[in-house]
Design a protein around this ligand. Sequence first.
Ligand SMILES: Cc1cc2nc3c(=O)[nH]c(=O)nc-3n(C[C@H](O)[C@H](O)[C@H](O)COP(=O)(O)O)c2cc1C
Length: 341
Amino acid sequence: MFSFANLSIPVIQAPMAGGITTPALVSEVSNTGGLGSFGFAYSSPETIDHDLKLAQSLTQGPINANFFLFPKVELPDSKTIERAIEPLHELASDIDFIVPKPPFYPDLEMQLEPIWQLRPAVLSFHFGIPPEWVVQRARALNIAIGITATSLEEAQKIAQSGANFIVAQGIEAGGHRGIFESDAVDEMLSTFDLLHQLLRHCTIPAVAAGGIMDGRDIRKAMDLGASAVQMGSAFLCCPESGASSEYKALLLAENPRPSIFTKGFSGRWARGVENTFTRHMEGKLTLAFPIQNTLTGTLRQAAARSHNAEHQSLWAGAAFHKARTLKVCELMKALQIELES
Ligand SMILES: Cc1cc2nc3c(=O)[nH]c(=O)nc-3n(C[C@H](O)[C@H](O)[C@H](O)COP(=O)(O)O)c2cc1C
């Protein structure tokens, strides 16, 4: 069974859906003593099978496969859809925005089929607690389960679910806010405030996520009592990361832009680098997650093809400007040295 004690460096490379967590990135993190994670939220069972097999052929170390728990969702009336398409057309009049059709998200049961076959060490979830049969099946196969919490209340539910650890996601974190209910009041706790609360009140291990960029940040989390840290932004600029060159260029810019929260891309709050899209979508109507995500897909894909960072989602945490361009093995080594010094 997976144990944090077996990691030679207490680092989980964060799952990052959308092609960033390549088999090369994930396997290299695991090869260098951390836990490499795949962001499989939007992936087909075939891709999951392929990428996991490939990573397993490249490392003997532990691997984490991460999924979203998509909420049930329905299309609103056509007037509302038209209102949501309007601001997108203002940005790209040449794109024909297609109204998404159900099913609006992948079937979790089918996505998990390759997981039960290939048995990665860890299975983790974002946006809530998986159904009980998933927890039981994972337990029977010796697969550890981790779940994101953004508040003590969510963490306590996770602790009761039979999960093995909690990922304490602070407000500094890049990517989607893992809050269970998208319209619930968000306490917006910092990573260390949330971690502190969890360590006082929860009995299962807690992992700190959000704004952890170097060995000193890792040391601080470990000294507080975290079992590990989960780092996303720190890995975005590694050559093994699947982030595009224009995405990396903005992260590494001499005068970095701020990272801000937007609902514009997906319909749920997520933190990323400010660009033309996020500014234009401020205060605009968006459809529910993940319908909005599918709706904006054509725009984002066209932007990716033309290397236009202004219309892409550039998820990144509040401290992204500390990201380094090192290879994974060099970054892991640097983190280890900083942690020990
Ligand atoms: C580009 C990007 C994509 C992300 N995608 C996911 C995801 O698919 N699943 C998930 O659980 N967390 C995801 N996250 C959130 C991370 O798990 C983690 O909370 C975050 O990276 C920590 O903050 P940091 O970026 O400051 O290190 C993503 C983060 C980033 C930066």
